[in-house]
Design a protein around this ligand. Structure first.
Ligand SMILES: NC(=O)c1ccc[n+]([C@@H]2O[C@H](COP(=O)([O-])OP(=O)(O)OC[C@H]3O[C@@H](n4cnc5c(N)ncnc54)[C@H](OP(=O)(O)O)[C@@H]3O)[C@@H](O)[C@H]2O)c1
Length: 286
């Protein structure tokens, strides 16, 4: 039976744009109330106004997910102002494209801090509150289809998403007896600000990555809207499942590549060839 969404409370990180913003609006349309996090206050306000126009109560937290108190404060806002979170969508994240050999230790650690540690910490704290209150809940982590694909020049990003998925998978079984659901979302290429941010972090213009805001190597018939991902998330809140995929073809390819790693190597070496002109590897000097 589908769970009702009306009156339920969702906490969303990375709600100022893209998938997080689309999920916030989709949830508001279904009668949910929201706690929204992100660093850009103006963008959060904009999303909050749209959500309020659908009747949602909305609380905002402007801040970095890596800040010490960010996760606790998001959950406090849900508890103190809205009666407690029913769903937590840990979504904030970013990527860059860089040869592994020129990725600094600081860049590597920062990406794990944002994409992995902060998302897992929010999940851990939410689960602790759900256990203490015996109310149950649903934790959703925004992973990616690349959790299953070792994309050349994006290995660190793929590793953060695979790590999230692995922890979520095991948490799901630990927490199921306590009425706590755990899911991961595995979006394919989605038209958001993600690729502009990635280009900026990668040190090249967005136009070098792709003409229309998504990379040239992504087949255009695969590119999705954030609203489509949001709809899949809503369906999963109503009927929880472990993995939320938005493309059956890509899900099937992931399974095929696991069975036939040689096939995956052939596809990935073509990906590497198309990205290589952006990343000449300099020979060591001296
Ligand atoms: N777009 C895709 O093709 C795609 C595919 C698979 C998975 N994903 C995943 O989907 C999630 C959402 O990405 P998107 O596509 O919607 O991109 P987006 O439009 O760039 O959204 C990213 C969100 O994360 C927030 N964020 C980033 N770093 C943060 C930090 N340190 N502290 C707080 N908030 C932070 C950003 O808000 P502020 O800048 O305001 O802080 C923004 O709201 C990410 O986890 C991404 O890895 C995206």
């Amino acid at each position: 039976m589908k769970r009702s969404l009306s009156g339920k409370v969702i906490v969303i990180t990375g709600a100022s744009s893209g998938i997080g913003a689309a999920t916030a609006i989709a949830c508001a349309r279904k009668g949910m109330h929201l706690v929204l996090g992100g660093r850009r206050a103006d963008r959060l306000e904009e999303i909050a106004e749209r959500a309020r126009s659908h009747g949602a109560k909305v609380e905002l937290l402007v801040g970095d997910v890596c800040d010490h108190a960010n996760a606790e404060t998001l959950l406090d806002l849900a508890d103190e102002r809205l009666g407690g979170a029913d769903v937590v969508f840990s979504n904030a994240g970013y990527s860059f494209e860089r040869p592994f050999t020129s990725t600094s230790d600081a860049e590597l650690r920062r990406m794990f801090e944002v994409n992995f540690f902060a998302s897992i910490e929010l999940g851990r704290l939410a689960a602790a509150r759900w256990i203490a209150s015996k109310r149950g809940g649903h934790l959703i982590l925004c992973s990616s289809c690349v959790s299953k694909f070792p994309l050349p020049y994006q290995g660190i990003y793929a590793a953060t998403k695979a790590a999230q998925a692995m922890v979520a998978r095991s948490m799901r079984h630990e927490l199921a007896p306590l009425e706590i659901e755990v899911s991961t979302v595995h979006p394919i290429t989605t038209r958001t600000e993600f690729f502009d941010t990635a280009a900026a972090h990668s040190g090249f213009e967005a136009s070098q990555a792709g003409k229309d805001g998504v990379p040239d190597h992504a087949p255009r018939f695969f590119v999705q809207t954030p609203e489509r991902v949001a709809d899949a998330i809503l369906r999963a809140i109503q009927s929880p499942r472990s993995e939320i995929w938005t493309s059956w073809i890509v899900r099937f390819s992931a399974a095929l590549f696991t069975l036939f790693p040689g096939l995956q190597d052939r596809v990935m070496s073509r990906q590497a060839a198309s990205a290589r002109p952006r990343h000449p590897i300099e020979p060591p000097t001296g």
